[in-house]
Design a binder for this molecule. Structure first.
Ligand SMILES: Cc1ncc(C[n+]2csc(CCOP(=O)(O)OP(=O)(O)O)c2C)c(N)n1
Ligand SMILES: [Mg+2]
Length: 555
């Protein structure tokens, strides 16, 4: 067995069914020989985003794998690996490398060195005997603790060399750890004494599959639940205790609860400071209880009065048990008041936004498209993701996700064009679901050619494009250069493009056509054909952003 064959055999033992890839890499051939389906994308970024979504939709039980060639292939992959690193997504990336003799000689691109800051673990395999242990370490590192991308670079002159001895490999498992019982008891006491507690659920709840435990704790405490962008769909947003998601934009009740909370309990959350999430302020006089899988997060951006380091499912189950011990499991009669407050705080917000969500304006309001989409699809049977920029901020506050892992939220670094690959990977991981990406015309410029991969490889996603012939988000910031040199103007007919690439495609300009077009697009995906619907939308930008003093949405 040579190195390429041994690597494919490891992937097969790890349950990898699909290898995302871009040539040349000998693993493509050996994977095919081992019964693993290689899917060739049109550029490396999209393949890595697809692998990323496979990992997310399986809570890391299945780690997405991508391979590409040395030099340009690996150089072109940086953005997607950096995205996965910032989000803590488990991935195994297997680039080719220069021959061992020149790996350290300029101008060879040394992936292990150059990806050091965007990978959790990286190795250059310098001996055929090292391939199997290197991959064992890769799968273990990718999904243990805080997950992340791992890179195993295989020099060009090693792939065909024989691996000594018999092939043997036991699939890796995901080790878990639990917080100290005393700390859990202290957290329970603080939460029970709190006047205005808020639970803040992060993506650790998804990786730990702790959805039921989160709900039990929220209902026992009769406390409202917010999620981060990445944690969206970890708590049903149709639940009366839900505050929704905190990204750049958010519902009004969430903003007001953030102002008023005395205790915040982060479950499976890093509390990482990001321009695309809740601005937790260390100056806040709130008390923080912090459950995270990685001690690196503790006291990083917020001070933790109680740190509960460990798996979110184990932590929440322990906390549930202590809460039941303390309260006898009986409600303390707070829930009605909490639910009423959420409803009342959101009432003026809905009054303000409903006209836009149901707007008859032309060019179309993106909010009208989102609203019609939300009321056309089976929300629980859908996986939806935004893109960078306006679609993220327009979608995340108004999409009410119901089922776990039905929304792929991302927003640490936000690589324009990522959403397409995420929806494609989601469709591979959950073929029975309707998988949707919502993006703008700048985003399609980044990765749009991979619509062809959807058609060719039979990945029937629904792609919702807001075409406003502009990077409208930047219009105000770039006003002078725009006036003088049209710097934010872009253009294209993307329905024609998608149709030329083999998709079902329509351009929609009339508000009254939105719903029927959506139904036709969904029907196309059901018949196995990917669909792109291009909505001609306004350049005027309004977002549900709150200034801390007024709690009116800033437009
Ligand atoms: C790779 C990359 N480069 C630059 C950006 C910065 N960026 C964020 S949104 C955006 C423009 C978005 O335009 P579009 O997708 O058309 O949405 P619109 O605001 O027009 O609705 C840019 C340039 C980014 N997120 N990623
Ligand atoms: Mg645009």
């Amino acid at each position: 067995m040579n190195v390429a064959e041994a690597a494919a055999a490891v992937l097969a033992r790890e349950g990898v069914g699909v290898l995302l890839a871009y040539p040349l890499n000998p693993l493509i051939e050996s994977a095919a020989a081992a019964g693993i389906r290689p899917i060739i994308v049109r550029q490396e970024r999209t393949g890595i985003h697809m692998a990323d979504a496979i990992s997310r939709l399986t809570s890391g039980r299945q780690v997405g794998v991508f391979c590409m060639q040395a030099g340009p292939g690996v150089e072109n992959s940086f953005g997607a690996v950096a995205q996965a690193f910032s989000e803590g997504v488990p991935l195994v990336v297997i680039p080719g490398g220069s021959r061992r003799a020149t790996a350290w000689v300029q101008p060879a691109f040394n992936a292990a060195v150059n990806f050091a800051h965007v990978t959790k673990w990286r190795e250059q395999v310098s001996d055929p005997a090292a391939i199997v242990p290197a991959l064992r370490r890769a799968f273990t590192q990718a999904r243990s603790g805080r997950p992340g991308p791992v890179l195993i670079e295989v020099p060009a002159d090693i792939w065909q060399e024989e691996v000594p001895g018999e092939f043997a490999y036991t699939p890796t498992t995901r080790p878990r750890s639990a917080p100290e019982p005393d700390a859990v008891a202290a957290a329970a006491d603080i939460l029970l004494a709190a006047q205005r507690p808020v639970i803040y659920a992060g993506q650790g709840v998804h990786y730990a599959q702790a959805w039921a435990q989160l709900r039990e704790v929220a209902e026992l405490l009769e406390a409202p639940v917010a999620t981060s962008l990445e944690g969206k769909s970890s708590f049903p947003e149709s639940h009366p205790l839900s505050l929704g998601t905190g990204g750049v934009t958010m519902p009004r009740a969430l903003a007001e609860h953030l102002r008023d909370a005395d205790v915040v309990f982060g479950a499976g959350a890093s509390f990482t400071e990001t321009g695309f999430g809740i601005r937790w302020s260390p100056r806040d006089r709130k008390r923080f209880i912090h459950n995270t899988v990685d001690p690196v997060d503790v006291n990083k951006n917020v001070p933790a009065e109680v740190a509960l380091v460990g798996d979110a499912a184990l932590c929440l189950a322990q906390l549930r048990d202590v809460l039941i011990e303390r309260t006898g499991g009986a409600p303390r009669g707070r829930r009605a008041e909490v639910e009423t407050r959420i409803r009342e705080q959101n009432k003026p917000w809905w009054d303000e936004w409903l006209p836009l969500l149901t707007s008859e304006q032309k060019p179309l309001s993106p909010y009208r498209v989102i609203w019609d989409l939300l009321h056309t699809v089976d929300v629980a049977g859908t996986v939806i993701t935004h893109d960078a920029g306006s679609p993220r901020d327009e979608l995340s506050a108004f999409w009410r996700s119901e089922a776990p892992l039905s929304y792929i939220g991302w927003g640490k670094t936000t690589q324009l064009g990522t959403g397409l690959g995420l929806a494609m990977g989601a469709k591979l991981a959950a073929p029975e679901k309707l998988c949707i990406n919502v993006w703008g015309d700048a985003a399609i410029g980044m990765t749009g050619m991979d619509l062809e991969t959807c058609a060719r490889a039979g990945i029937p996603i629904l792609s919702i494009l807001f075409n406003n012939f502009s990077m409208a988000m930047e219009n105000k910031i770039m006003a002078l250069s725009r006036e003088r040199f049209q710097t934010t103007d872009i253009s294209g007919n993307y329905a024609d493009l998608a149709s030329a690439l083999g998709l079902f495609a329509e351009r929609v300009t009339e508000p009254g056509q939105i719903k029927e077009a959506l139904i036709r697009g969904i029907d196309a995906t059901r018949s196995g054909r990917p669909a792109l619907l291009e909505f001609i939308t306004t350049q005027e930008k309004v977002y549900s952003i709150f200034s801390p003093d007024s709690y009116q949405t800033r437009r």
